[in-house]
Design a protein around this ligand. Structure first.
Ligand code: GNR
Ligand code: NI
Length: 189
């Protein structure tokens, strides 16, 4: 009786446990694909979001998109609160940009899938983002500065686009060659 009870608690704890996922390094065909939308926000999606948050904080990074861990679904997480306080961590499912400002901003961007490379990228300074939250409820947020930049960087991942795609062809080739070398050193295929 007691043993059975312990076993069910064990199962409950295990089902809630988060796990770190391996982050893919560019070049990888999965980072070049457009992801299909999430059909239903269920427990599997909530578990995926937990894993993505844990993986992002561990890295550490301010954002992470599902294809970066090889999951081809339209979902990203972000938390820029340390750099720009104001918002709680965001889990965005099937995100869409409803509006983008004419005003532009420049950020030195990095990407967990392109380690140790930082380059300036110009994007709209503000956006209005619509997405589903973990309860499957539609949310809308106006985002500024780093939060806006990060959301655009993550949404690009869902469409198979990386920040180096905004750079010159020569720069992109140099970075890609560096990453191929890094992957070989790490024994990643
Ligand atoms: O950790 C990250 N930092 C960052 C800095 C400037 C602009 C965008 C980002 S996102 C990046 C994490 C990542 O690769 N997300 O996909
Ligand atoms: Ni990235």
């Amino acid at each position: 009786m007691r043993k059975q009870w312990l076993r069910s608690i064990e199962r409950l704890l295990k089902s809630r446990a988060m796990s770190l996922r391996q982050i893919l390094i560019h070049p990888d065909p999965r980072l070049k694909k457009t992801c299909p939308p999430v059909a239903e926000v269920d427990d599997a999606i909530r578990k995926l979001a937990d894993d993505m948050l844990e993986t992002m904080y561990d890295a550490p990074g301010v954002g992470l998109a599902a294809p970066q861990i090889g999951v081809m679904k339209r979902i990203f997480v972000m938390d820029c609160d340390k750099e720009e306080p104001g918002l709680a961590p965001v889990v965005a499912i099937n995100p869409e940009i409803l509006w983008a400002s004419d005003e532009l901003g420049v950020y030195e961007e990095g990407c967990l899938s392109i380690p140790d490379i930082y380059e300036d990228v110009t994007r709209p300074k503000q956006i209005r983002l619509r997405y589903l939250d973990l309860d499957g409820k539609t949310q809308e947020r106006e985002l500024d500065d780093l939060w806006s930049t990060c959301a655009q960087h993550e949404l690009d991942h869902l469409n198979g686009r990386l920040f180096i795609d905004y750079l010159s062809g020569i720069k992109r080739t140099m970075i890609t060659n560096k990453m191929k070398k890094l992957k070989k050193e790490l024994g990643r295929t």
